[in-house]
Design a protein around this ligand. Structure first.
Ligand SMILES: [Zn+2]
Length: 285
């Protein structure tokens, strides 16, 4: 029987090379981050306060099909995959534009596995109050990826499209965006998310009633959950947020001061690793 190759988990003092995928993160006090480059894994919490270097080799591999691409589309795809995959379609970002029922879904089988399953509408606080949606199975990773310090699931619906309609309704009252610069400055004021939920459900009551009329009385279910809070491994937040961009400067060096969302905070600037999914890098820790 062939031996199974275990991903290599390394501590500091080493170099690894591979294509970036988004960091793995688990909640904790603080959250635990693992940088992933190809088969390699680097425990980032152990690198805090130490020098860290990332160098892009110039290569990018599509995160879906693995082929080399000169440019990355939609954070890690080659152009053919970007045009072909349902997960790269506009309706993933704007689920209310779902066109499955018109028979034009790019990949109906994929949609049945990903879009036709329970989705949660949540409130989160990464840089102030925001609304968002996620597949139930993506909690709490979703919030950690955003750098949220608080989150509260408020409604559950049966499909991604329905979650999109609910989100559109909530956007009348609350943003769906995170201000990543504010998130990285770390001075987010804590909110009473349960009170915000009750306030918003009250204000949006008639809109929710309309959606229930359209999709069925049980289609939009109010959840009774307690707010969650998240803690990140950060020694020092930047006073001024300057970002590194591997496309402009392939060599990033500095001392690792923290990790929040999908960002590394270095004393030389911050870098959104998710943006560089598929980039082949050499990492020295
Ligand atoms: Zn591809």
């Amino acid at each position: 029987m062939p031996a199974v190759t275990e991903p290599q988990l390394i501590g500091s003092g080493q170099t690894l090379q591979g294509c970036l995928t988004k960091m793995a993160v688990e909640p904790g006090a603080p959250a635990r981050y693992v940088l992933r480059a190809g088969e390699h894994r680097l425990e980032l919490n152990a690198c805090l306060g130490k020098p860290l270097q990332l160098e892009w080799t110039g290569a990018i591999a599509c995160t879906h099909c693995g082929r080399a691409t000169r440019k990355s589309f939609a954070q890690g795809y080659c152009y053919p995959c970007f045009k072909r995959l349902a997960q790269c379609d506009t309706c993933i970002m704007k689920p209310e534009l779902c066109h499955f029922f018109e028979g034009t879904c790019r990949e109906p089988d994929w949609a049945e596995r990903h879009c036709f399953q329970p989705h949660v509408v949540y409130l989160a606080n990464a840089s102030g109050l925001k609304v968002g949606i996620t597949r139930a199975s993506q909690m709490p990773t979703r919030w950690l990826d955003q750098g949220a310090v608080q989150a509260l699931p408020i409604l559950e619906v049966d499909t991604r499209q329905q979650s999109g309609f609910v989100e559109v309704l909530f956007k009348e009252e609350v943003s769906d965006r995170t201000n990543w610069r504010a998130m990285l400055k770390g001075s987010t004021e804590l909110l009473d998310l349960a009170a915000e939920r009750d306030r918003l459900l009250g204000r949006l009551g008639s809109g929710l009633a309309n959606l229930r009329e359209r999709f069925g009385a049980d289609a939009i279910r109010v959840l009774d959950e307690s707010p969650l809070s998240f803690d990140y491994p950060v020694l020092e937040f930047p006073a001024k947020v300057v970002s590194h961009n591997l496309d402009k400067n392939p060599l990033v060096t500095g001392t690792l001061l923290g990790i929040k969302g999908q960002y590394l905070i270095l004393d030389s600037g911050v870098i959104n690793l998710r943006k560089f999914t598929g980039y082949e890098v050499r990492v020295s820790a």
